[in-house]
Design a protein around this ligand. Structure first.
Ligand SMILES: NC(=O)c1ccc[n+]([C@@H]2O[C@H](COP(=O)([O-])OP(=O)(O)OC[C@H]3O[C@@H](n4cnc5c(N)ncnc54)[C@H](OP(=O)(O)O)[C@@H]3O)[C@@H](O)[C@H]2O)c1
Length: 438
């Protein structure tokens, strides 16, 4: 039986995990023995490696693999956007299938990549790009395809969930929790993509394309991170029966069907989740995603969302799927080989303006501790069609009061107008926090 020859680009956290699975002696599926690593590309071939690896396996020119006619599959696990995108596109144009863990590239250039793959009779598989070890891409592409997907809501960034879990269980401040995450290898030296919510936005964009079957304009996703979360809000959320998590949501919006285009509410932001809700129990670096479909109802996928082994598990499973497909000699030029993914079958989708998205809100308002202030705040919200679920004073000292308001579902635009008017009240010092609620 012909072996599948692969070229791996990247030997960092994920690349090492892939190598260890492929070279390991575990009693995995017999097909694993049919994969052969041609070379592994790294940036610095002289770098000391933690994993024992044959020195002549490492090279530093990706083109040697991309242009080699005897390589069947390129495994892109180096990260970044521009160089990685070029490597993926060039490999596909050379008729090689590609396995990637790169969410940043798939979220920004997914449509172009699918098109080039389809035109060149090659596959692009990216299970590891979202939620690391949790199978979510293949379920959306195949196992759940007979459903009309209504909504997805998930905790899909392990770094921020680790930080929020630390803040909640140990009452550690954001900075301290981030430093611990960096020390343990859960956060990068530059953590901005994680803590500002951009990584989660990349992932929900990819999932939305698969779930709803159309291109998503990634830049229109309303995205907020966790870097402004104060311990006070964690404490108040707890008192009120919630946990704060960075939630990514994508759902059909029934109100705005414009020009035969499917309207979607897609957003990422810190959110108060009732303690009775399954997503509130997700701790540490774990991820979980709820998918609601018709007729299936609701399912939840849960597990390790990152890390060497879990992410490599998804990468290697994709490589094995390609081996299984090539055994059946399915790979041929000039035909659509992954019809469920082909851009030819995509519909029009649009992300609705964040001002129109209806959400429940949590606001913490710092004001003077004077009689009648709660009435004035309630009046402003009422005047702007913002109905209030609860309004409570949770702390008062030295003539200063902290008032927490939880609203019903209202458009973000109405909240923004209310906030401007509240800030103009002489009794209101400032609005210390605005978070989402479910
Ligand atoms: N880490 C995770 O848990 C995880 C989970 C899901 C998805 N992912 C995705 O997987 C990808 C890889 O992540 P990672 O954490 O494994 O990254 P990483 O640890 O930083 O490793 C990157 C690897 O790529 C090599 N590399 C970087 N730039 C290169 C270039 N220009 N030319 C050749 N080689 C280059 C590096 O070489 P040197 O070793 O010589 O520096 C290194 O071996 C990213 O897209 C990431 O988003 C990661």
């Amino acid at each position: 039986m012909d072996k599948l020859r692969i070229g791996i680009i990247g030997f960092g956290t994920v690349g090492k995990g892939v190598y260890q699975i492929l070279m390991g002696d575990k009693d995995t599926h017999p097909i694993l023995k049919q994969i052969e690593i041609a070379n592994i590309v790294v940036k610095n071939i002289h770098k000391k490696r933690e994993v024992n690896i044959e020195k002549n396996l490492l090279i530093n020119d990706p083109n040697k693999l991309i242009d080699d006619p005897f390589i069947d599959v390129i495994v892109e696990v180096m990260g970044g956007t521009d160089i990685a995108k070029d490597i993926i596109l060039k490999s596909l144009r050379n008729g090689k299938s590609v396995v990637t863990a790169n969410k940043a590239v798939m979220a920004r250039y997914g449509e172009e990549i699918h098109k080039v793959a389809s035109e060149n009779g090659a596959y692009i598989l990216f299970e590891a790009a979202v939620c690391g070890g949790i199978p979510i891409i293949e379920p959306l592409k195949r196992s759940l395809k007979s459903n009309q997907i209504i909504k997805m809501a998930g905790i899909i960034n392990g770094t921020t969930n680790f930080i929020l879990s630390k803040m909640s269980t140990e009452k550690a401040a954001f900075k301290e929790s981030l430093e611990l995450a960096q020390k343990l290898g859960y956060a990068e030296l530059d953590p901005s993509a994680d803590v500002e919510g951009q990584d989660a936005a990349d992932k929900i964009s990819i999932l939305s394309e698969l779930a709803f079957g159309g291109k998503i304009d990634r830049n229109k996703i309303d995205t907020e991170g966790i870097n402004k979360i104060d311990l006070k809000d964690i404490e108040y959320a707890e008192k009120l029966g919630f946990e704060i998590k960075l939630l990514a949501v994508s759902e059909r919006n029934k109100d705005n069907n414009i020009n035969n285009s499917l309207p979607l509410n897609i957003w990422v932001g810190p959110t108060l989740i009732p303690k009775s809700h399954p997503l509130s129990t997700i701790e540490g670096v774990n991820n979980a995603i709820l998918v609601e479909g018709d007729p299936i109802g609701e399912i939840m996928l849960y597990g390790p969302g990152a890390g060497s082994g879990p992410t490599a598990s998804s990468v290697v499973s994709d490589i094995l799927s390609l081996k299984a497909l090539s055994i059946k000699k399915n790979i041929s030029k000039d035909r659509v080989i992954d019809p469920l993914l082909s851009f030819n079958f995509w519909r029009k989708c649009h992300v609705i303006n964040s001002e129109q998205i209806r959400k429940k809100n949590y606001l913490r308002i710092i004001c003077e501790d004077t009689p009648g202030v709660i009435g004035k705040i309630g009046y402003i919200f009422g005047n702007n069609d913002v109905s209030i679920e609860s309004i409570i004073q949770l702390d008062a000292r030295e003539n200063e009061a902290e008032i927490v308001v939880i609203t019903h579902h209202v458009p973000k635009g109405n909240i923004d107008i209310s906030k401007n008017q509240l800030n103009a009240l002489p009794e209101v010092k400032f609005i210390a926090a605005q978070l989402n609620c479910i």
